[in-house]
Write a protein that binds this ligand. Sequence first.
Ligand code: ZN
Ligand code: MN
Length: 490
Amino acid sequence: MARSDMQVEVIVGLEIHVQLCTASKLFCGCAVESGQPANSLVCPVCLGMPGVLPVMNKKAVEYAALTGLALNCQIASFTKWDRKSYYYPDLPKNYQVSQYDLPLAHHGFIEIPLPSGQTKRIRIRRVHLEEDAGKNLHATGNFSQVDLNRTGTPLMEIVTEPDMNNATEVKALAMELQRIVRYIGASEADMQKGQMRFEPNVNLAITRHGQVFKSPIAEVKNLNSFRALEKSVDFEAQRQLEEFLATGLTLQTGNKTTRGWDDAHEVTVLQREKEEAHDYRYFPEPDLVPVRVDEAWLDRIKAGICELPLQRQLRFVREYGLNDYDAGVLTLERSTADFFDDAVKAGGQPKRICNLLTQVGLKIANERGCRFVDLGIKSRDVAALAEMIDRGQVNASAGARILAEMVATGRDPQTLSGQLNLLQKSDASELEALVDQVLEACPQALDEIRSGGKKGPKARSYLVGQVMQRTQGQANPAVVSEIMARRLGI
Ligand code: ZN
Ligand code: MN
């Protein structure tokens, strides 16, 4: 079949599980912590012992409501818990407490930034709460082990409508959602710790001679990196197209399937035909009372919502004249964006402060594996350093060195510029003498400039470089160039 006479549209919806950063589990008092000895954070409730009674964690509901509001959702005034039955060794109760027909939040949307600088609105179908399962470990020997520390950890499941049309949009949504839950403090969303997991639902709509064929939806389970998410969507789109081309028009029927991601070979692998909702035998959880959301409580949560990351990114572009990329980098972490706002308020040029943060500060933080604010420097010191660069007291490369020293020593930029001897020499008479010395020492370069040939500009920067070298980089290059131009009569 010729590809040229058909149109292929990729359709993707996303399910995302996000671990909420509550101190304790969803229905018992056990601590939520990773890296503890196996089965040390358990109690009769999360172990599923008969006769125990769960008690709802209000903070988890608050975080989920907060997320629902940040995603422009309607918050249900009445919601309840349901049992979702399935059997697995890491699920001691043989059911998961979840929310079936009455999710806490529904009918929202999220704006995602696209590489073009535009944004796209993706609808959010629902946000609900559920408990996580434990972990089966297959680390050593001819047996498996079960660790139930994670059992009962509060998870938020967010489901989008199938509004994304390529892997780039899917990744943008995942990244934007990560920024949002971190900004509002609902989750640390650390993918390496499994705190954010993705399940894209992918299929194709193929239009040929006015007829539309839809391939069966494939759901790729449990992806825990942006890279795997992006690659698996691309792979599925390609695989389904090839299957369509190979089998002709037979793809319009067929059930939804579940596939796994093989990271080593970068392929998806068929796991099973997807079960239907009725396979789970959902029914209302008899041990928990329904949740009635109080208006006053909801208003309090609403009042606590901060400026969201995309709004802030767009504001940084609009208000401070940053480019989209830099604004994106600075708003990735709320604490960094707060720091930037503070430093600008303290009086530095936004672009200058942005350069210091993105080119020096964030690099050091990355090397140390911490957040920028954990470096412990003060926003007013960074503002002061930016001002010193703007006034020509130190040049940009000295500024970078001073910032690194501020991190290392905790001292302020004024003190450091003196100690490190990095204050720029702008004193004309001293620099004039140096320029004269250099001109005398480099007659060849001088000839090249005077002859007006192609090599002229290069020779000129060479001479400026010579003056910089003689001052150990402390001369103000703008002043040196000016003197040089005057001496050469240009
Ligand atoms: Zn427990
Ligand atoms: Mn789920």
